[in-house]
Design a protein around this ligand. Structure first.
Ligand code: NAG
Ligand code: NAG
Ligand code: NAG
Length: 554
């Protein structure tokens, strides 16, 4: 019974041993390989070729291929890797080939080397295969401040090959060396540097790649702390019982390793470990932000001053924040709104009554207004007579001959020079026109719907028109008053100088149908009077007017 058990146990252990021994090239050897601590990890991408020498230098230069064998630790146990060249995964002595790599090649690979008849070393290598480039594949994070950074190609060491280098997956031209040197580094050199190696195996070309990430750390530069937000003495509106979050963001400098602190204080109490108040600090793009959470705003909070205090080892600064309940803000908002409306109203009223006010005050102004400016006429009146229909002609004649002089001359005491009325027949028009315009304080331009550009022969009227506009626009010695009779002319039809004038001067429209068309107190005439110079006499009075004998209708 006992011997049976013994033989059973022996048989089982023999089987077990056989299993172990089967993995060795020396099938009769019972040597247990000694695991070495030269663990390495290799990362690659599917489709690339893997050329993996034994991780030990002596082992990798072993010339007798039969002394080395490779295994993979699969889900179904340790399996030996074949030596046949036709196999996708095979080994030739110290070198393991996987041509090409697939995702399922990820796993632990074991190398066993019988360096003596009864002595065996074992090495482990983990291979990780990614579907595409992954940041986990980065071999080494360079974070340097030095002027020149050197990167060694992480793949294809001790192999016949051609190398190319890429920065952020763009080819770096002319780089074929095993070591890539980046000189005069600055922040713009940050990126992923990939070394791609192509090598041949039995007439096929395979590629392997490895990448470094370069991150340049700028030199530390510390400044006295500066609180970027909130503004000093700011007011935060909230509600009683509500949750409130306050943020304080402070600039201490770049890459500072100094002790940096941000504190929250209510009145004189540090809000550390106070129930209902908590804060944390984090770094955001070179600034340090401290976030205070008040779980429930209390009455005390609303009557307190909060402070955000920032300090480094040398200096401290603080800003003050006051809480206000939203309700208390309402009257303030209403008051501002009322003030704003009042302001708008005042502006509107002032604008509307400017003309009346100015005319009113002119009554007093005339007393000490000395008119020794060397001028003779208050206004020179120009208009065009060509190209208009009969109705317009009558309206124009009525306005120029009757209404205009009746109001401005007879009632208001202005002295006008009206073309066609005041020039004597036969005088040298052109010379005198110039002189008279010079002697006038304003130019009154009367526009009718027919005014247009295409002039043929220049009549004396046209001449006055041009000289007048020249005075107003070019020499800016005179102000113009634009009066429109009847319908509006298309702006684009007007002479250019006039169009320009319309930008700067309001166009006053005379409505002959209005019952107040000839009354100085009407809106239209008030505006004209407002734009006229200050009159010599007192305000306009209703005076009778004799008919003007000189005016002849065109
Ligand atoms: C093989 O893998 C299994 C499970 O993944 C692990 O428990 C075992 O230790 C591995 N063997 C070796 C020799 O690495
Ligand atoms: C692993 O994947 C490759 C290619 O996708 C396939 O040829 C091979 O049979 C797979 N091996 C195993 C063990 O699944
Ligand atoms: C904020 O204002 C207070 C006085 O109201 C002053 O003492 C403090 O220095 C100011 N802080 C900053 C950062 O200007």
């Amino acid at each position: 019974m006992g011997s049976f058990l013994m033989t059973g146990l022996l048989m089982i252990s023999a089987c077990f041993l056989a299993e172990l021994v089967m993995t060795s090239p020396f099938t009769n050897s019972t040597v247990q390989c000694e695991l070495q601590d030269t663990y390495q990890e290799v990362m690659a991408v599917t489709g690339e070729g893997l050329y993996l020498p034994c991780p030990n230098l002596k082992c990798s230069s072993e010339l007798n291929a039969s002394l080395i064998s490779w295994f993979k630790n699969n889900s179904n146990g340790i399996q030996q890797i074949p030596v046949e060249e036709t196999s996708r995964v095979h080994h030739h002595g110290a070198v393991l080939y996987i041509l090409p790599l697939a995702i399922n090649d990820t796993g632990r690979y074991i190398t066993r080397w019988w360096y003596e008849h009864d002595k065996c070393d074992e090495y482990e290598t983990d291979v990780v295969v990614y579907g595409e480039f992954h940041t986990d594949q980065l071999y080494r994070n360079f974070s340097e401040q030095t002027a020149t950074v050197e990167m060694l190609c992480p793949v294809c060491e001790n192999q016949e090959k051609n190398l190319t280098w890429y920065k952020d997956f763009h080819l770096i031209p002319g780089q074929t060396e095993e070591i890539l040197r980046v000189r005069h580094t600055s922040k713009k050199d940050d990126g992923i540097y990939t070394c791609v190696c192509s090598w041949e195996h039995h007439g096929h070309t395979y590629k392997s790649s490895g990448s470094h990430q370069l991150q340049i750390v700028e030199p530390a530069r510390s400044y006295p702390p500066r609180i970027l937000s909130p503004p000093n003495n700011s007011i935060e509106f909230t509600d009683l019982g509500a949750e409130l979050v306050l943020k304080c963001s402070v600039f201490f400098g770049t890459n500072v390793k100094d002790q940096l602190t941000i504190l929250w204080v209510r009145n004189d109490t540090r809000l550390v470990g106070v129930k209902g108040y908590s804060y944390y600090t984090r770094k955001v793009n070179g600034t340090v932000v401290s976030v205070l959470t008040i779980r429930k705003v209390s009455k005390l909070d609303l009557h307190s001053v909060f402070r955000c205090l920032a300090l480094d080892s040398r200096k401290w600064v603080q800003v003050f924040i006051t809480l206000r309940s939203r309700e208390s803000a309402l009257p303030l908002v209403v008051m501002f709104l009322c003030l704003f409306l009042l302001f708008l109203l005042t502006v509107g009223i002032t604008k509307w009554f400017t003309v009346d006010l100015v005319l009113f005050f002119r009554n007093f102004w005339v007393v000490w207004n000395k008119r020794d400016d060397g001028k003779v006429y208050d206004a020179y009146v120009v208009y065009q007579k060509d190209k208009m229909d009969e109705e317009t002609e009558i309206i124009l004649a009525n306005f120029i001959g009757t209404v205009l002089p009746a109001v401005l001359e007879d009632k208001c005491g202005f002295k006008l020079f009206i073309q066609g009325r005041d020039d004597l027949p036969g005088e040298d028009c052109l010379v005198l026109t110039d002189a008279r315009i010079q002697l006038s304080r304003r130019l009154i331009v009367v526009l009718t719907p027919g005014v247009c550009q295409g002039q043929k022969v220049m009549t004396p009227q046209d001449y006055a028109w041009h000289v007048g506009l020249h005075q107003v626009l070019v020499q800016q010695e005179m102000r113009a008053i634009l009066i429109q009779l009847g319908g509006m002319s298309e702006n684009s039809e007007l002479p250019q100088g006039l169009q320009h004038l319309l930008w700067k001067t309001p166009l006053l429209r005379w409505d002959r149908g209005s019952p107040h068309a000839a009354q100085p107190a009407s809106r239209f005439w008030k505006q004209v009077r407002y734009m006229m110079p200050v009159p010599a006499g007192p305000a306009c009075q209703p005076r009778p007017r004799p008919p003007s004998p000189n005016f002849s209708q065109a």
